[in-house]
Design a protein around this ligand. Sequence first.
Ligand SMILES: O=C(CO)[C@H](O)[C@H](O)COP(=O)(O)O
Length: 226
Amino acid sequence: MNVKQLAAEKAVEYVQDGMKVGLGTGSTAYWAIRKLGERVNEGLKITAVATSQASEDQARELGIPLVSFSEVDSLDLTIDGADELDGTLQLIKGGGGALLREKIVAMGSTRMIVVADESKAVTTLGKFPLPVEIVPFAWEWTVADLAKLGCKPELRRSGDELYKTDNGNYIADCRFEAIASAADLALSLQRIPGVVEHGLFIGIASMAIVGKSDGTIEIIEVDSGR
Ligand SMILES: O=C(CO)[C@H](O)[C@H](O)COP(=O)(O)O
């Protein structure tokens, strides 16, 4: 079993009958959705919403009952991956480009469990370029504003084209090296009008399950204050 699968399958143990579940995006969330599909086929009764088209397609194929956002006003639990997590469960997310939907879904959940392999656990966030979703209109100005925050922003590409999110926006990957205060940076990012959302998740996750190459897992729990 690979370490992502190890962490993801442990997280699925927290899903109980009757829960409304948020399905994350990425190669670790993939394993959680797969395990959830197995449990649904064994009789687990849940409903779910997905954070990306890819996760929605996977869930549908596995027979996980999906509902629309007009049918539920909140979720019990979201299981999602991360690109970086620190000891207080501040996260960088958005490597897969789904950060806006991921944040909407995680914020609408009573609980968020992060699943990751040990390479994602860091002391200080910032080695992974911070994904920032921006509107295509005047993206040049938005990128210039991002650079003023001390990073090197690069518009994400998909082959010869600019990458577009499921919401039709661009992603600027912002290389900071180290983020001294994620909270201060989040405030600065929110002040830029062309920024739709950024990949800093602060005070959202309350548990992380980290899979390690020796076959063990580490569970980090914090009071997210939510
Ligand atoms: O934020 C995400 C997608 O937007 C993913 O959860 C993050 O990129 C981690 O992905 P993976 O599990 O494939 O390493």
